[in-house]
Design a protein around this ligand. Structure first.
Ligand code: F6P
Length: 326
């Protein structure tokens, strides 16, 4: 294949702290190797609209410490349609872009896979989502920062929960996955967690609460993943309220605070590592792969695999959470 002369970089889907480190990593690696870089604004939507801007080294300076994404992000309905992707291809060709680094989650890679099946444009993905729910990588960019944000918030809620002997249901993000709830549950000493991967009936929760109630332990923190089958923190709180009149119950939904903030050192480092790896993969003629991290090593996982396989939570951590919350 002819040498890459110009690459595009975009971020798509929900933003995640550390995406900027990945943009900087990819941009500077390309420039280091004499490849031009074009920043594509607003994800796939920007590809369709031709929102391209040439990136120079100084333009990705002073961003590694910032949350969000300097390229902005979007979920594009138009790119889901054939005509949208056709327009995007024409724009890419007109701009002479030889390869693209896409940073995002599951939806981003689904789009990348279809596009690369239809058109001969090499695409390499970088996992960026606070949910950590991508198969083929131990960590996604943004997960560590979001965890730390949750831990800080839950610790604060714990102070008031203890002072008032209250039971708090705290909802964290993860529409299909419980990675955030599980790990932050352990880190905060939560009394229970409710996640979509574990089909925990309300009877188990009831037993737990009854035992606590008997020993007059009235302050409790229960972390609920938004995607849990109980239907979220408000729903489960309502059910418990009907059964346990003795509890003073409150609900907190942490929401989008989890997506913002300055990235942790960990996310800055993996963002940089994967940014470099993505451009090196493109230079190496790789296409339709995600660069991920397994056992601290960079791996290349075909889009196909990362999309089709489901990443499970660490079951040992689930046991640990149970053991430690007696
Ligand atoms: O980034 C993934 C995610 O955080 C999910 O956990 C959550 O359900 C969703 O994004 C929220 O997305 P939006 O910002 O579009 O409301």
């Amino acid at each position: 294949m002819a040498k890459m002369k110009k690459i595009g970089v975009l971020t798509s889907g929900g933003d995640a702290p550390g995406m900027n480190a990945a943009i900087r990593g990819a941009t500077r690696t390309a420039l280091y190797h004499g490849i031009e870089v074009v920043g594509i604004q607003n994800g796939y939507q920007g590809m369709i609209g031709g929102y391209f801007k040439q990136l120079k080294s100084h333009m990705v300076g002073d961003i590694i410490q910032r949350g969000g994404t300097m390229l902005k992000s979007a979920r594009s309905d138009e790119f889901r349609k054939e005509e949208g992707r056709q327009k995007a291809y024409e724009m890419i060709k007109a701009e002479d872009i030889d390869g693209i680094v896409v940073i995002g989650g599951d939806g981003t890679f689904k789009g990348a896979r279809i596009f690369s099946l239809e058109y001969d444009v090499p695409l390499v993905g970088i996992p960026g989502t606070i949910d950590n729910d991508l198969y083929g990588t131990d960590y996604t960019i943004g997960y560590d920062t979001a965890l730390n944000t949750i831990v800080e918030a839950v610790d604060k809620i714990r102070d008031t929960a203890s002072s008032h002997n209250r039971l708090f249901f705290i909802e964290v993000m993860g529409k299909d996955a419980g990675f955030l709830a599980l790990r932050s549950g352990i880190a905060c000493g939560a009394e229970a967690i409710l996640i979509p991967e574990i089909n925990r009936d309300t009877a188990t929760l009831r037993e737990h609460l009854e035992a606590d109630y008997k020993r007059r332990k009235l302050s409790n923190i229960i972390l609920v993943a938004e995607g849990d089958e109980t239907g979220g923190a408000f729903n489960i709180a309502e059910q418990v309220r009907e059964e346990f009149e003795g509890y003073d119950i409150r609900v907190t939904v942490l929401g989008h605070i989890q997506r913002g903030g300055s990235p942790s050192a960990f996310d800055r480092v993996i963002g940089s590592q994967l940014g470099v790896a993505a451009v090196e993969a493109l230079m190496d003629d790789q296409k339709s792969v995600m660069v991920g991290l397994m056992n601290r090593e960079v791996v290349h996982v075909p889009f196909n695999r990362t999309i089709k396989h489901h990443k499970d939570v660490n079951r040992r951590l689930v046991d640990i959470q149970d053991i430690l919350s007696i």
